[in-house]
Design a protein around this ligand. Structure first.
Ligand code: ADP
Ligand code: MG
Length: 615
């Protein structure tokens, strides 16, 4: 008997599903693409349990005849391409004709569809790819697809699913991508029990759509970019530097309306900000390219999330220079001037929040030297080995705290460091790191106790967040409450902040909340952190401690400095690092101090004994 045999269709579909259908969000992406290709003007997405229980997409597009509906479920059945030439110039979102067959093979699947010209519609019900029912049904023109219990028959795949909250976030991302690409289509996203997460009316104005999806705060701080070439058109918006994020989640590229990820192009934007953004901050943008379909290959990724450009350098150049130009006009670009005082920390922003960054002059000088020497000169503090080594040395130099000694505050240096005398050693305290440590310990203790100082807000603050951020807030509601942040989901993407921990009340609460969401998202996306509730709490508290602590740039009175030093002594004296692991203080021991002046320590300096200054 032969060993080789042809696989049955259903198994082929399940294998294909392994590539196309990775998780609920990939189903949503494929079904949305189909609705868009069918000319829908209105699309509704319903989700239960992050899409694991149910995904339902309803559109008012062309619909299908009974024959087409049956065919659409067969593998490699498509109305979108017919020849090899078509494949080289794809104008639709879909083209492989395998999505429906794949999805139906790994779920309990129902399709209801009706052409405008037909009086009755068609309903086809499948289970694991096998047809259970195929008959007429009365529905309005359009198509409705229900996917229940995704991967019910492929347990291995089911195991890879994350929590419902995480899967839901990915679904939101897929809807957001489509909504940003097609403002002229109305989208609605309905979550468990009918909660409306997104309700976006059709609009001709991309800014209106951006506001609906990303929130008012972002939409109002965007700068428009444009390029109109013969083969390449580019339209879009990039965020002012103040909108920057700690990850790339607010970066959207579309190529012929197809959402794509591209590190190269993302870098083209980031590079245009130069020193306006610290190394680890990422700009926010929504940029759309329109290219001759033959100038781009969209058939190079199973889930179509990447494309290949014929001329990527040209696109890089166009994008980079458009961004640089608009930023130059909108923001006063820091220039390298020798008389600019070198201040390693940006001024306090209007919100009173200090972002640690290198000044333009230093950054540019470093870049200049690295270009000259052909060597990479590191400008990232935490990334260079040298910095890490220095930090290690500093930590090693942390005073022996077992001996309690009086600390006398001498002065504040650069609105950043507190200089103290301890015995005859010089102790230099980083005011932000120290206060952060003090705050963190206090917050941790507070969060774990029943007594919290919570300040109700007289006038609740309404905060609009992006659709993605919304799901993070929803998923972390309990945690935030435990900490004292009382948030109410107002519907849509608006949250109402009703109470905050008292220590936060002075801050720009919107900024604090958005930053916290960023940190939470970064944390969750790290491998192994899923479901780590304690870790999440630690993350949030670290963030809040940082935000509520005194900053570099805050001028402190002697009294304030003394209070801080006292608090630091009480708070975990032994640890001497801030929650981020940076040292809170360094010590210049007397021997070293004297040694640096070429002297040997001789004991406390008494004029009578030595008779004045010795040369
Ligand atoms: P592809 O989109 O690559 O053609 P699919 O498996 O996603 O492959 O869909 C197969 C075919 O079914 C499509 O080519 C289209 O003709 C039809 N179809 C799918 N979804 C819809 C829809 N929502 N409305 C109308 N026709 C649809
Ligand atoms: Mg398709």
């Amino acid at each position: 008997m032969n060993k080789i045999q042809l696989l049955p269709d259903n198994l082929i579909n399940q294998i294909a599903a392994g590539e196309v259908v990775e998780r609920p969000a990939s189903v949503v992406k494929e079904l949305l693409e189909n609705s868009i290709d069918a000319g829908a003007k209105r699309i509704i997405v319903e989700v239960q349990e992050g899409g694991m229980q149910l995904l339902k997409i309803t559109d008012d597009g062309s619909g299908m005849s009974r024959e087409d509906a049956e065919l659409s479920l067969a593998r490699h059945a498509t109305s979108k391409i017919a020849t090899i030439e078509d494949l080289q110039a794809i104008k639709t979102m879909g083209f492989r004709g395998e999505a429906l067959a794949s999805i139906a093979s790994v779920s309990r699947f129902t399709m209801r569809t009706k052409l405008a010209a037909d009086s009755a519609g068609t309903e086809i019900v499948l289970e694991g790819g096998k047809i259970l029912r195929n008959g007429p049904i009365g529905i309005p023109t359009g198509t409705e697809i229900e996917v229940r219990e995704l991967f019910f028959n492929t347990p291995a795949r089911l195991k890879f699913m994350k929590s419902a909250a995480t899967e839901y976030q990915n679904v939101v991302d897929a809807v957001v991508d489509a909504a940003l690409a097609f403002p002229e289509i109305a989208f609605k996203l309905v979550e468990n029990e009918g909660r409306i997460a997104l309700d976006l009316p059709a609009t001709a104005d991309p800014l209106v759509r951006m506001r609906g999806v990303l929130g008012k705060g972002i939409a109002e701080e965007m700068l428009e970019i444009f390029y109109g070439g013969v083969n390449l058109k580019m339209t879009g918006y990039i965020g002012k530097p103040s909108l920057s994020r700690s990850n790339r989640n607010m970066q959207f590229f579309f190529v012929n309306n197809r959402p794509i990820a591209s590190h190269v192009l993302s870098y083209a934007v980031k590079q245009a900000y130069h020193s306006l953004l610290p190394k680890e901050r990422y700009p926010v943008f929504v940029v759309k390219f329109e290219l001759e379909p033959s100038m781009v290959d969209v058939n190079c990724h199973p889930r179509k999330t990447e494309v290949k450009f014929k001329d990527e350098r040209e696109i890089y150049r166009v994008l980079n220079s458009a961004c640089a130009k608009v930023l130059e006009q909108a923001v006063i670009m820091p220039k390298f001037e020798s008389d600019t005082p070198v201040n390693y920390y940006q001024e306090k922003s209007a919100q009173g929040i200090t972002e640690v960054s290198k000044p333009a002059a230093v950054q540019e000088a470093l870049e200049f030297f690295s270009a000259m020497s052909g060597e990479k000169v590191s400008v990232g503090v935490s990334e260079s080995n040298q910095a890490a080594e220095t930090m290690e040395k500093q930590i090693a130099a942390i005073p022996d705290v077992s001996v309690e000694m009086e600390m006398t505050v001498l002065a504040q240096l650069s609105n950043a460091f507190i200089l103290c005398q301890r015995g005859e050693d010089l102790v230099i305290i980083d005011q932000h790191a120290a206060h952060e440590r003090v705050r963190y310990n206090k917050l941790m203790a507070e969060a774990e106790s029943e007594e919290k100082l919570i300040q109700p807000l007289l006038v609740p603050i309404n905060i609009e967040v992006s659709a993605q951020d919304q799901s993070i807030l929803d998923a972390n509601k309990d945690l935030l409450e435990e900490i004292g942040l009382e948030l109410e989901h107002f519907g849509g993407n608006t949250f109402s902040l009703k109470a905050v921990p008292a220590y936060l009340a002075k801050n720009n609460l919107e900024k604090v909340l958005l930053g916290m969401i960023d940190d939470l998202r970064n944390f969750e996306s790290l491998k192994g952190n899923k479901g780590d509730l304690y870790g999440r709490k630690e993350k949030v508290l670290t963030y809040l401690a940082c935000r509520s602590a005194v900053k570099f740039g805050d001028s402190l009175s002697m009294e304030e400095m003394r209070a801080l030093v006292d608090q630091l002594r009480e708070a975990d004296w032994g640890r001497s690092t801030c929650p981020h692991g940076r040292p809170t203080m360094i010590v210049l021991p007397k021997d070293e101090l004297w040694g640096r002046f070429g002297r040997k320590y001789t004991g406390f300096f008494e004029k009578e004994k030595f008779g004045g200054v010795n040369c």
